[in-house]
Structures are given as C-alpha cells and as structure tokens.
Design a protein around this ligand. Sequence first.
Ligand SMILES: [Zn+2]
Length: 317
Amino acid sequence: MASKRIIHKNIKVTFLLILFLFPLSQYAHTSQKKIVIVLDPGHGGNDPGKSINVKTGKSEKELNLLISKKVGNYLTKNLPFVKVVYTRTKDHYLSLDQRCNIANKNNAQYFVSIHCNSSQNRYASGTETHIHTKAFKKSLKLAQFIEKEFKTRAKRKSRGIKTKKDRKHNLQVLLDTKMPSVLIECGFLTNKTEGKYLNSNYGQEIIASAIFRAIRSMIYYEYPKLKKENQKVEKSNKKKRTYYRIQFMASIDPISTDAREFTKIKQPIERIKIDYKSIYKYKYVVGKHISKKKAQKMLRQIKKLGYKDAYIIKMEM
Ligand SMILES: [Zn+2]
C-alpha cells in the first residue's frame, strides 16, 4: 500500500511539473513555429573592427550594429512568421564562439553576420558576401540573393560571393554555425564615397532593406507556402480604407457602450482605446461613412442629442 501511495504522489508531481514546464503560450506556438534569423553585428566593445585609414565617421562596430538593427526591424515588421535574434544589441565584446553558440542554441534558420570592409587601397569599393564553400547550397543561395539585391535594387558595386578558396582562410562564424550562414561586407569604409554612404542614415537604410529583401527571398524560396500566405495578408492590409466617423465623447475610465447615458444614441457605439498621448484613454465613436456628407448629417443628429462637442474623425480600417 505504501508503495502505491508513493507512485500516486509521484504522478501528481510529474503532472504539475509538466504544467509548469509547458505554459499554454508555448504550447500554442508549437503548431506554428517561427523562423529564427540570427543577425550578428560584427565586432563590438574593445574590438572596434576595421579602421584602417578611417579618419571620419563611425567605427565599423557601430555601423554593423546600426545596419543590423535596421535589417531586424524590416524583418519583424514585414514577416510575422519571423523571429529575429541578435548576437548583440549593444556595444559589447562577444567571442566568435559565443556568436556561433547563440545561433546554434536558437536553432536559427539562417545566420547573417554584418560587417563593413576596409583596404590599404583607398579606391577599393563594393559589397561582398562570404560563405564557407559553394558546396553548402543554401548558404550559396542566400549569398546570391544578397549580392543580387545589392547590385539591382541598392545599386551598389557587387564584388560577388567569396568562399574559403578566395579568402585562403576560414571564417569561424561560417564554419561553426550549423545552419546556412553568410558574412556580409556592406562596403569599404576606407573609400571616401562609400564610407560617407555607409555613415549616412540613407545608405544604411538602402543596405539594410537589400539584406531584408534577400532574406525574404530565401525564406520564400524554401517555404513557397509562406509567400502565398503573406501575400494574402499584405493584400488584405492594403484593402484598408478611410472612413468618416463621429467621435462624441472621451473618458479616462472605460464606460460600457450599453450604459444608460448612451440610450439616446440609436447607432451602435464603438469604444476605442486611445493610443496617442492624452489624458483621456477611451473614445466613443459612431457611424462609418465613405461619404463625408453623410457623416456631417449624422454629426448634426448626434449634436442634437446633447453631444455638442462631437466632431468628425477619419479612421483607416
Ligand atoms: Zn568586420
């Protein structure tokens, strides 16, 4: 009997442990796992990166971080099925081992290391995407997408894809990461024109959006289903249009739209949380008109009911 009781107790403990280890939110995610992209801003902390002859502008480590964050923002804003993991988001030192570990532990789909180049030759310019070897087909494909975007959309000079053979040495972040991985050189800081471009917000945006588009192409290449789904979402988002509506009240605390004070209003009332800075937290809105004239007619009716301060707002929905 005693042993039976102990078993019973253990089952209970195990059950509680399972509940504890798998919170519902995590469980819900398993059906639609996100694609993890690891972005690796090169250098950081006491390692500033390449700075040969760079007299003006930011150091390589700073530019790498700025560009990486812009890439990350593009990805998360446009691709709901992507999760971005950065190896660093601040200016601190990380070993190459640590960078690879972050990618491997997060089961990243792609690893993208972002750098800026330099040369003794101040005329050298252009972008490069490094891979380990062309035998790694997915890395090669991603690199092709990146250099293509640099050349066509970003209008940069592409120096092409570089492998171990071209470099005559290994790059640890490409060798020790278990997923398709690339190291991008966004341009030469030692070249006056390109250095200026890379230091400008405009240049960083162009470079970052090219990298974003390339990663998106790679995802769609590997998962054509996601392309179809996302295009549907994009289309329906575009279908949003502007309506004229009547806001007749605002409040600090939420008031039920069924409240007695609203019984005079015959139209369905919508309570909307105010997302801009305001002492009021909720607004109360009726009507939804494409024609401004009809909205003005409704506004007159609402004012007659005693809501003298009511006014027309434009809402995209
Ligand atoms: Zn570098």
